[in-house]
Structures are given as structure tokens and as C-alpha cells.
Ligand binder design. Structure first.
Ligand SMILES: Cc1c2[nH]c(c1CCC(=O)O)Cc1[nH]c(c(CCC(=O)O)c1C)Cc1[nH]c(c(CCC(=O)O)c1C)Cc1[nH]c(c(C)c1CCC(=O)O)C2
Length: 346
């Protein structure tokens, strides 16, 4: 097995010069692929995540099809919570649904700590994948404390996160206890993945963009920082949506690579990151094609890819990606062609 030291994704993550612009897509596994729907038929999402052979196959599918430079472990952000014993499910078309939303100190105290053996199938899947991936690095991931707290407190997906924000502001002590517990679980989940052999990790704080910078710094950053600082041996990517105002704070939390959604051009993001921390080296960024552009036809995709590659030159390193996950109705061929074009752009 190679140690992937020349893998473009890992070279770019360290701020070096890769042999080609590395590209992978969030939510590239599953969703748009017919071969995914075929192997998943009859298996519930969370059961699939605990089946090492199935996880391996689904993770490999987009790598085979699209020639991407990274494999994202097939799992979900709620997997460690479920494994630890939180009563929740993933409802198709809805997302994670929690049986008893968290509201009181008792509820927080009852969230069990994750033990490594409870996610052993995930570690087994990582090992199986490393034996099958060749030089393509495997990216592990976890949900960040705020995004996971939002599911636990709201009981499911939420547009405004009002219960979550109410808890945060009304009872900061309880809030911090909740985030500290989630951070422990998340850090343990990442430790298991790194120990099993993932080559990079991404912390998904998908809903952090719902917060002001002030609230992010006061209520969230210390917990995400503790999670990111617990990972010391592989590059850490820190991603959120609608985080234009939060980019410097998210880097400060301890990211080697800052994920940028499609709202902020990469050169603007780089300038913002640099202005906020002139003493740090030039930042490395990941992003930021609008996932909807994959519906616009080849010419439009090429134009946007060229623009983004050009704007990405302002960074010390650029990992090409979408600004958020692949949308379910995306034509898989549009993804394959976008990857080809990224690799051609120089
Ligand atoms: C917020 C979030 C979740 N899960 C995740 C996030 C962060 C990324 C983001 O912001 O999109 C992360 C995630 N979820 C999944 C992956 C796997 C691999 C990949 O990125 O390709 C990853 C990285 C698989 C999945 N996670 C889920 C599916 C669909 C379940 C199915 O196929 O039955 C997959 C393939 C379910 C899920 N799980 C979650 C949602 C919102 C949903 C969608 C519900 C739906 O539309 O059906 C929570």
C-alpha cells in the first residue's frame, strides 16, 4: 500500500504543488449513481453504514466512475451518535430524525460517550478501502458539534435552528455541556478513522453559516477547535455552508484547508483569510462550484471550472470541489466531465 505522499490531494492540502488540480465532490458516493441505488436496495441507510463490504463498495463507486482524486468514506454525520446509543434514524427524503430531542440537563447527561468498539465496522471498512484504493487517498469525516447539536435539539432537519439558538442563548452552561459531549464523541469517531488509516479528515459544520461570527466564536469555535486539535497526523478540512463571514474563525478553529461554498469567490476567500491572519502562511482552500451548475450543460460547467481554477491560484493550495454536496438529480456524466475538465485546466 502506498503512503500517498505524492497524491495530489494531500500535496495540495499541505500547500505544495500537485501534479494536477485535485478534485473530489462532497456527497459523490450515493445519491446520483444508479449503481449505488442498486446495491443499497433493501438496506436502511444506517445499516448500510455498519456493513464494511457495502461501505467499501459504495465508497469505491464514484472513484471508479469519475477518476476523482479523493474517496469520501460512505457514512453519515449521525453514525457515531447512533452507535453510541442515541435513538435516531435517517428517514429517506427527510434526513436524520431524533426520537427524543435534547432539551434538559438530564437529556445531555444521558447522551452516552462513544466507545471505539461500537464503530468497529467503520474501522474495518477503512482498512478494506485502503487495500483497494491504490494511490487515491481516503477522506474520513465527522459532523461538527454545532451541526450535530442542531439535529439533536431540533429533533430533525431545521430551517431556522430556533430551538438550538434558543438553548444556546437561554442556557449557555447547558449549551456548552451539550457541545462538549458531542465534541468528545466526534473526536473519538475521528480517532478511530485515523487509526484505521484515513489519509485526511473533513469536519462538516454544514449549518454553521446560520450563526453570526460573534455567536460562532462564543458558542461553537472552542468545541470545533478541540475536535480539530485532536487530529494531529493527517490534514484537516473544515467545511460549512453560508460561512462567508466565518471563514477566518473556521480557519482559527484549526483547519489546514478551509472549505468555501459557492457564494464567495476563492480569491476573495483567500484575501479574507489572509487579512484576518497576516502572520499565518497563505491559506489552502477547497471548493467551490455551485452544485446546480452541473445541471447547466457542458459549456457552462467548463466556464465555471476555468474561473474557479483561476481564482484558486490565489491560494497556497486548491482542492477542487463543489460548494456543497452533489444534488440528488445530478447526471453522473456531468460529474465525470467536470472532473475531466478540472484535470485539463492548468
Ligand atoms: C448535514 C449532513 C448529513 N449527512 C452529512 C452531512 C454533511 C454534509 C452536508 O452538508 O450535506 C454527511 C454525509 N452523508 C453521507 C455522506 C457520504 C459520502 C459522500 O459524501 O459521498 C456524507 C459525507 C451519506 C448520506 N446521508 C444520507 C444519505 C441518503 C440516504 C439514503 O440513500 O437513503 C446518504 C447517501 C442521509 C442524510 N443525512 C443527512 C442529510 C441531510 C441526509 C439527506 C436526507 C435525504 O435527502 O434523503 C445529514
Amino acid at each position: 500500500m502506498s503512503d500517498n505522499t505524492t497524491a495530489p490531494l494531500l500535496v495540495a492540502a499541505r500547500g505544495g504543488t500537485p501534479s494536477r488540480t485535485p478534485v473530489w465532490f462532497m456527497r459523490q458516493a450515493g445519491r446520483s449513481l444508479p449503481e449505488y441505488r442498486a446495491v443499497r436496495a433493501g438496506t436502511a441507510m444506517l445499516d448500510a453504514c455498519m456493513d464494511p463490504e457495502l461501505v467499501c463498495e459504495i465508497t469505491l463507486q464514484p472513484v471508479r466512475r469519475h477518476d476523482v482524486d479523493g474517496a469520501i468514506l460512505f457514512s453519515d454525520i449521525v453514525v457515531p451518535l447512533k452507535a453510541a446509543g442515541v435513538d435516531l434514524d435517517i428517514v429517506p427524503g427527510t434526513g436524520p430524525v431524533v426520537a427524543k430531542p435534547v432539551a434538559t440537563r438530564d437529556d445531555v447527561d444521558r447522551i452516552p460517550m462513544l466507545e471505539a468498539h461500537q464503530v468497529q465496522p467503520v474501522a474495518d471498512a477503512v482498512k478494506l478501502l485502503n487495500a483497494n484504493l491504490g494511490d487515491v487517498p481516503l477522506i474520513g469525516f465527522a459532523g461538527a458539534p454545532f451541526t450535530l447539536a442542531s439535529y439533536l435539539v431540533e429533533g430533525g432537519p431545521s430551517k431556522h435552528h430556533e430551538r438550538t439558538k434558543a438553548l444556546m442563548h437561554a442556557d449557555p452552561e447547558l449549551w456548552h455541556a451539550l457541545l462538549a459531549r458531542i465534541a468528545d464523541i466526534t473526536a473519538e469517531f475521528l480517532r478511530v478513522q485515523v487509526e484505521a488509516g484515513v489519509k485526511a479528515v473533513q469536519l462538516f459544520d454544514s449549518w454553521a453559516g446560520a450563526l453570526s461570527e460573534r455567536d460562532y466564536r462564543a458558542f461553537v469555535l472552542p468545541h470545533s477547535k478541540r475536535v480539530l486539535e485532536s487530529v494531529t497526523t493527517v490534514p484537516r478540512i473544515h467545511f460549512g455552508v453560508g460561512t462567508s463571514e466565518l471563514l477566518p474563525a473556521m480557519r482559527e478553529a484549526g483547519a489546514d484547508v478551509v472549505g468555501v461554498d459557492w457564494r464567495t469567490p476563492l480569491d476573495v476567500a483567500v484575501r479574507r483569510l489572509q487579512d484576518a491572519a497576516p502572520h499565518l502562511p497563505k491559506p489552502v482552500v477547497q471548493g467551490n462550484l455551485d452544485p446546480a451548475v452541473l445541471f447547466a450543460g457542458e459549456e457552462a460547467v467548463r466556464r465555471e471550472v476555468d474561473r474557479i481554477v483561476e481564482e484558486g491560484r490565489a491560494a497556497a493550495g486548491h482542492i477542487f470541489n463543489l460548494g456543497h454536496g452533489v444534488l440528488p438529480d445530478t447526471d453522473p456524466d456531468a460529474i465525470t466531465k467536470a472532473v475531466e475538465w478540472v484535470h485539463r485546466a492548468r
